[in-house]
Ligand binder design. Sequence first.
Ligand code: MTE
Ligand code: CO
Length: 389
Amino acid sequence: PAAADSLPPAVPDWTRYLGAGVDAHPYGMPSEHEAKVVRRSVEWLTATRESSVNFTPLYALDGFVTPNGLCFERHHGGLAEVDPAEHRLMIHGLVDRPLLFTVEDLKRFPQENRFYFLECAANSGMEWHGAQLNGVQYTHGMVHCVQYTGVSLRTLLKEVGLKDKAAWVLAEGADAAAMTRSIPLEKALDDCLVAYSMNGERLRPEQGYPIRLVVPGWEGNTWVKWLRRLELGDQPWYQREETSKYTDLLPNGKARMFTWVMDAKSVITSPAPELPMQQEGPVVIKGLAWSGHGAIKRVDVTVDGGINWQTAQLHGPVLPKCLTRFTFDWVWDGKPALLQSRCIDETGYVQPTMAALQEKRGVNSIYHNNSIQTWQINENGSVENVRLG
Ligand code: MTE
Ligand code: CO
């Protein structure tokens, strides 16, 4: 409860005195009262720097753009601190003119500015066997959405000239993991970017400063950070990240490989375990939806565990391969409820239940869980992660 001498009609302290001048905060930070809104890790998931991850606080965000300082981080060899003056992008292999580019060279090519979501293939991976992590930050927080500025990969490949046999691109990072992924040339020539900025400012070190690959709609692992090398070849390289990792083991013992596109998915971000119900009456249910295949067409919300569905309101711009904000105005009667969202993308694909997903994929998967999430609202207003089927 606020102190009575701060509330109208009294005059609060901060109105009586001059505040700090403009030089107090050359780079602005959020209010100290929002200090709990930060990326967080799960201790047992991030034991070592060989494999670390933290999560975007989705429950606290509005709109569809993720602030730079809140974009989740996933590092396979820790954060590389790269001096841009010492950094080059090499493009070689099946090309006419192998070339080295400085970051400044890249900025002289025609510029692209585009919004995209990035989702780690392991997002919601802990939820395959049942409800596990009690917070939307942890169940769905390996996703972010920012505006990238950079040069189209197609432009750079034209600059080096492609040999007839070129069919794949190997992307390699400059971090301790030297992360490498094979990208088919068709995708490389379609909508990929070599980005140097996010949300208007230079990339953050943790997002790959000074340059990263942007692979719209595809699993986050292909978005190589601290990009240093692109090699053109005639077949994939079968790197660790596309054989041992980022494959999906099916019930018949075979594994799906090169499962690049992130299928349509949505989640209610508030209420959530982190944001319990405060009181009966009007409440805005908020959430996010996205699809690696294109734009979101519709989101439905249920408050009775899927018996009745109603259409949520989408808040534009609704962009392809981008987070889309939705809201649903609800009146809570103080009784237990089961909240879910279900999205449909422009291809007509409908977000599945976990039961439907497991029918196809079995129960051995870690990656590519895009199933419907359930939040159980209890009588006392607390919100819990539960599995309905
Ligand atoms: N690139 C390099 N060089 N090293 C990495 O560890 N992690 C990948 C990808 N690119 C990684 C990388 C994974 S698994 C994901 S999900 C995304 O980067 C995460 O991007 P972010 O840290 O900007 O959220
Ligand atoms: Co990942």
